[in-house]
Design a protein around this ligand. Structure first.
Ligand code: IPE
Ligand code: IPE
Ligand code: MG
Length: 242
């Protein structure tokens, strides 16, 4: 490990979230089908997960498929679902070796049946692991999550478990998909887009952003280190004057 990286690790983000973008453009630049970009993107997922685990990051949330991505051509959606299932099937043994605990957030029941089954198998199999928690955002939308949170809150009130007067930001956050995880410290978006695209709208309130022009299939360990280094030099004030 480079000496200056070691220094930055004193201020390591506990939770990194990544909008993995640019697979299509990566393929287009090479005259390849978009699905080839997604395939290469899955290799990056593997490498970045391994490195986050090795560095001691506690949570890594990856935006893999948005609520809006269902509007893509059926051929591309089908290929992405197949790739996801294959990724889970072939990479779960590696997650076991690396002590990675897999989790997922989003409207998971929208995924194809076989995909859901494999996902739940992988989650179950890795559930006792104590290293990095890898959270895949699948059929995920930040607005959808907030709406689902409101419904869950109303149910609690109807059942008499909660009083309207007790609702505050802390209570509400316990009704989101992310209730078990701390908010991300660092958000990385590849491919240069300056937007959230419906990702973790609630949770990113005080997250530090790192945006790179690099396309996701080209994003490597060195650039992850660069993002962490940039993060370690930020001064987070959370609205105070400290
Ligand atoms: C990100 O790459 C992967 C998903 C959204 C599933 P894109 O497919 O969005 O690639 P670009 O943005 O078209 O290059
Ligand atoms: C965001 O990327 C979703 C994922 C990375 C899964 P998109 O490529 O779908 O976002 P837009 O359409 O450029 O905003
Ligand atoms: Mg994109």
């Amino acid at each position: 490990m480079p000496a200056n990286l070691k220094e930055d690790l004193k201020n390591l983000p506990r939770h990194i979230a990544i909008i993995m973008d640019g697979n299509g453009r990566w393929a287009k630049e090479r005259g390849l089908p978009r699905t080839e970009g997604h395939r290469r993107g899955a290799d990056t997922v593997r490498a970045i997960t391994e490195e986050c685990g090795a560095l001691g990051v506690e949570y890594l949330t990856l935006y893999a498929f948005s609520a809006e991505n269902w509007k893509r051509p059926k051929r591309e959606v089908d290929a992405l679902m197949k790739l996801l299932e294959q990724f889970l099937r072939t990479r779960t043994p590696e997650m076991m070796e690396q002590n990675v605990r897999l989790q997922a957030i989003g409207r998971l029941h929208d995924l194809p049946q076989t995909c859901q089954q494999q996902l739940h198998r992988s989650i179950e199999q890795t559930s006792q692991n104590t290293g990095l928690t890898l959270i895949l955002a699948l059929s995920y939308g930040g607005r959808e999550e907030i709406v689902d949170g409101v419904k869950s809150l109303l149910e609690s009130i109807e059942r008499g478990h909660l009083d309207k007067g007790m609702i505050d930001t802390e209570v509400f956050s316990k009704h989101l998909y992310t209730r078990y995880y701390p908010d991300p410290d660092l958000l990385i978006r590849t491919s240069g887009e300056m937007r959230l695209s419906n990702f973790l709208l609630w949770q990113l309130s005080y997250t530090e952003f790192y945006i790179t022009q690099t396309l996701w299939p080209d994003f490597g360990k060195e650039e992850l280190h660069q993002a962490i280094r940039a993060y370690s030099q930020r001064h987070r004030r959370f609205g105070t004057v400290a």
